[in-house]
Design a binder for this molecule. Structure first.
Ligand SMILES: Cc1cc2nc3c(=O)[nH]c(=O)nc-3n(C[C@H](O)[C@H](O)[C@H](O)COP(=O)(O)O)c2cc1C
Length: 451
């Protein structure tokens, strides 16, 4: 039985009753995305019949927190420590001579949209998009490997553009362009929960080989094979790999594209990839990601680790929720064990300094469940006074995914200290409790009811 990558995940999701299978034909243009969105992008769906193709499509597999933990084999409570441990203790990869992804190698007559069911999601999207592609590159100067998820607009039979937000990769491209050199790339479809999580670590912050973080996270070496036409390594059990180059000085129009916050990203001139070869497994499964906040959960999980680590130096932080509602980047809710007056404000400062993207922070005591928004609201409603507990910062840097920032080029930051006072005054906030409630056996009272 396979243990690594997408096919192993699909099997496990099936076994655990977490996969919905659709046997009705769906159109990759709009219809497939509409079905994914109907289930809020949180229910993994395998579309067996995609109109015009004999390749199934899987989507929405990474959008649900509980499923993510289950598939990684970690609990909510231990996640921050396990991920931090993997980042600090990378483990070696295993390079194989052969892997299933090499079952088919195509070098001629490449026509991406004829071969694969690449979806179009929103009405005004400029083209169909590969939204779940994992970019693999090597810095030609240092030989260091980098992996990350990017979006790829289909521009022609063997051509796609790539949207790069990361300053590190932009810098690498600029240095190569100065020497008039191309950059070899591979775009991988068919990865799993562990590799996606590892890919979301920032290269700028850590500068480590994310495949090695993946090996540490999955508890065994990730198995890789060499690409066919370039000096790059890709997962042996991936479904599809596009190999090619980013030629220097070439730009093509990209966008508009309905992005994760639900707004269209603007048109712009972006680098392109010329595809030279495609490797794929027999009967490949095409992996897609509806462009939505839920699909960025993996990114939010990494941000929770980073915010937690930043706060650890300042306060007794208990947990961090980088909310999906805030696009897994704009909003943090933080639970602390308040030990001194001022801890709430320190936590706001610590959180806001952990990422430029973070815009609004709520700090609560640790008797509040920060993953239950009703409980968070209770803290804001009853423990927060705007005249003394609100922190406002004008005109800071923000994220281009927030249109209000994009218009002004600057963003305001806000912190809400919803912690209760310490000492005698704090007693007013003791919550009522019912003896025996925690261990109540509810089935005893409703024996015939399916709960
Ligand atoms: C579903 C999904 C789509 C993403 N799309 C893009 C994208 O189009 N462009 C981009 O620069 N980053 C995108 N990201 C974020 C990067 O993959 C992420 O920030 C990564 O850590 C960057 O790695 P780097 O620091 O090595 O550049 C996406 C992430 C996810 C989960």
């Amino acid at each position: 039985m396979e243990k690594q990558m997408l096919r192993a995940c699909i099997e496990k999701l099936k076994r655990n009753g977490k996969l919905i299978e659709c046997h009705v034909p769906v159109d990759p243009k709009f219809e497939l995305g509409a079905v994914l969105k109907y289930y809020k992008n949180e229910k993994p769906i395998l579309f067996h019949k995609v109109k015009g193709y004999n390749i199934p499509v899987v989507g929405a597999i990474f959008g649900n927190r509980d499923i993510y933990y289950e598939m990684l084999g970690i609990s909510h409570e231990e996640r921050i420590f396990k991920i931090a441990d993997a980042i600090s203790n990378p483990k070696p990869v295993r390079l194989l001579n052969y892997g299933p992804v090499m079952e088919n190698i195509i070098k001629r007559n490449i026509d991406i949209t004829k071969m694969f069911p690449v979806p179009t999601f929103h009405e005004k999207d400029s083209s169909s998009f590969i939204t779940a592609g994992m970019l693999v590159i090597k810095d030609p100067e240092t030989g260091k490997r980098y992996i990350s998820i990017r979006r790829f607009q289909i521009n022609g039979s063997n051509k796609m553009s790539i949207l790069i937000a990361s300053p590190l990769l932009k810098g690498q491209l600029e240095r190569l362009e100065a020497k008039n050199q191309p950059l070899e790339v591979a775009v991988v479809l068919g990865y799993d929960y562990s590799l996606l999580l590892a890919s979301q670590i920032s290269s700028e912050t850590y500068g480590i080989d994310k495949y090695e973080i993946d090996s540490a996270l999955r508890g065994e070496p990730i198995e890789l094979v060499k690409c066919h036409t370039c000096d790059l390594e890709v997962p042996a059990y991936a479904e599809i790999v596009f190999e090619g180059v980013i030629p220097p000085h070439k730009r093509e129009e990209e966008g508009p594209f309905g992005e994760l916050m639900g707004y269209y990203g603007e048109k712009g001139m972006h680098p392109i990839i010329e595809i030279k070869a495609i490797m794929h497994r027999n009967n490949p499964v095409f992996q897609t990601a509806f462009p939505c906040r839920e699909e960025h959960l993996s990114n939010g999980l990494i941000r929770e680790v980073e915010t937690y680590s930043n706060l650890k130096k300042l306060v007794d932080v208990k947990d961090v929720n980088i909310t999906v509602g805030g696009g897994c980047r704009f909003h943090a809710v933080i639970a602390i064990n308040k030990r001194a007056e001022g801890d709430g404000k320190s936590a706001i400062i610590g959180a806001l300094s952990s990422s430029n993207d973070l815009k609004h922070v709520v700090v609560t005591d640790d008797d509040i469940d920060i993953f239950d928004m009703d409980d968070v609201e209770l803290a804001i409603a009853t423990r927060f006074q705007a005249s003394k507990d609100l922190v406002r910062i004008k005109g800071a840097l923000g994220s281009g995914l927030d249109p209000s920032h994009r218009i002004d080029g600057l963003t305001d930051k806000l912190g809400i200290d919803a912690t209760k006072p310490l000492g005698e005054k704090g007693k007013r906030f003791d919550k009522g409790s019912i003896p025996g409630f925690e261990n109540i056996d509810i089935c005893k009272y409703f024996p015939r009811r399916k709960l």
